[in-house]
Design a protein around this ligand. Structure first.
Ligand code: AMP
Length: 433
């Protein structure tokens, strides 16, 4: 299967080739023909599956096929609603990359930053608007954005949108859209509330589903370290110092202040780390993300909302500093290390009071998360605690051979030798010491 088989027009084929894509991902193979046909779509897929191109490519093609000329000052034709600023920015980048030979104009609007630049972009004439709900409604109320001529509406990450309490905003946005439109609804999971919303806004949709939420988990090597709450920070530092295969780690905490404290603790120990969460300014978040993507920081400590949808290639490890109380969140988190078919490693630190969360997660993913041997790490952590930060910094750069040995001693999971998923049961999880 190639992009040409999907009947994509030449400028789009050239654009995906520039992106380095050779084969459409499963969601692209399934969704693109329906969207090109003009049908409504219910897509069960999460970020990381190639979902953005699955809707952006056929949308661009439909604009071209309708004879629409790029950004005359006509009304906006396409609206994509997405829960977070980072996702909005990524989707905007996607439209930019996939549409580079067509000339359609897109803009991205979200809250937390000044409105002027966004307003200018809109007034300049737009074909495609990517937005988070709050800022969009502000601009609609100020009569800066008009939604009455929308032809294609994409509701992205619907389940997350509902989790984040955006249901009323979403309904208000929908009330401004014309009834006669094409609607694409994407969600990673289908809780009853999302189903209700889908039923209300889709007309005779085609349904496509890829990588149901539990199967993402199968592609990730997982392990759990049972540690006391008070040992978590030194154990995390010890893990990062002994396991040099952890080249780029996304560490999740439940609370913003914990994210700050963990990042500060690691920095004190000479481990390059930044924190991102909703209380940080947009600039600070973008800076932290850029440093992480460029490999200048090895660790990004994030809360779920801040990390949602962040598309960073080559995250070697996801570390759950705390387990989420919503089991689906665990799957979203570990999905960050299994992008576009790659496999990754996820390690969770589980305190005594989090055992129930672990049981709920195991029920959802229908597998047990194997316990890793934490003894060596806890010992190392306690020594680290007793040593001063400077000495620790020197210890943090072990020679490769020592590091390999140390990583083995720590019981840390290893990446499977092949990048492709292997059948369960036969798959090597990691070498035990
Ligand atoms: P998404 O689910 O849209 O966030 O995409 C996840 C990642 O997969 C992004 O880094 C995309 O650039 C990448 N990607 C999307 N489609 C393809 C494809 N057909 N082949 C390879 N990579 C892709």
């Amino acid at each position: 299967m190639t992009f040409a088989n999907l009947q994509l027009i030449e400028p789009l084929q050239r654009a995906v080739a520039t992106e380095g894509y050779t084969t459409p991902t499963p969601i692209q193979q399934q969704a693109i023909p329906h969207v090109l046909d003009g049908r409504d779509l219910l897509g069960l897929a999460q970020t990381g599956t190639g979902k953005t191109a699955a809707f952006a490519l056929p949308i661009l093609q439909r604009l071209a096929a309708s004879g629409r000329r790029p950004h005359g000052d006509r009304a906006i034709a396409v609206l994509v609603l997405t829960p977070t600023r980072e996702l909005a920015a990524q989707i905007g980048d996607g439209f930019g990359a996939y549409g580079r030979h067509l000339g359609y104009k897109h803009a991205v609007i979200f809250g937390g930053v000044g409105q002027n630049a966004q307003e200018r972009a809109i007034r300049g004439g737009l074909d495609i608007l990517v937005a988070t709900p709050g800022r969009l409604l502000d601009l609609v109320q100020q009569r800066i954005v008009h939604l009455s001529k929308i032809e294609i509406f994409v509701l992205d990450e619907a389940d997350r949108m509902l989790d984040m309490g955006f249901i009323h905003d979403v309904r208000r946005v929908i009330s401004h859209l014309p009834r006669d439109r094409q609607t694409l609804f994407f969600s990673a999971t289908m809780p009853p509330e999302a189903k209700k919303l889908a039923d209300a806004i889709l007309r005779n949709p085609a349904t496509v589903a890829v990588a149901p939420v539990s199967s993402t988990a199968e592609r990730v090597e997982q392990g759990v370290l049972f540690v006391e709450k008070n040992d978590k920070r030194p154990v995390l530092a010890a893990l990062l110092e002994t396991d040099t295969s952890i080249t780029r780690a996304l560490v999740f905490t439940q609370m913003k202040h914990t994210a700050n404290r963990v990042a500060e603790y690691l920095q004190k120990r000479g481990i390059e780390a930044d924190a991102i969460h909703g209380n940080k300014s947009q600039n600070a978040r973008e800076r932290a993300l850029a440093r992480f993507k460029a490999g200048q920081s090895r660790v990004l400590v994030a809360t779920d909302i801040a990390a949602r949808g962040i598309d960073i290639d080559e995250v070697s490890h996801v570390i759950n500093y705390e387990l989420p109380n919503v089991p689906e969140t665990y799957v979203h988190r570990i999905g960050r290390t299994a992008r576009a078919g790659k496999s990754g490693i996820a390690i969770s630190l589980c305190g005594a009071e989090e055992r129930q969360y672990l049981r709920d997660i195991e029920r959802l993913i229908r597998q047990r998360v194997p316990a890793m041997d934490a003894t060596a790490l806890i010992e190392k952590a306690r020594t680290l605690h007793a040593t001063d930060a400077k000495t620790i910094h020197q210890q943090a750069q072990p020679r490769a051979s020592q590091a390999r040995q140390a990583a083995g001693e720590s019981g840390a999971p290893r990446r499977a030798s092949s990048g492709t998923p292997q059948p369960r049961g036969r798959r090597r999880r990691w070498r035990r010491p």
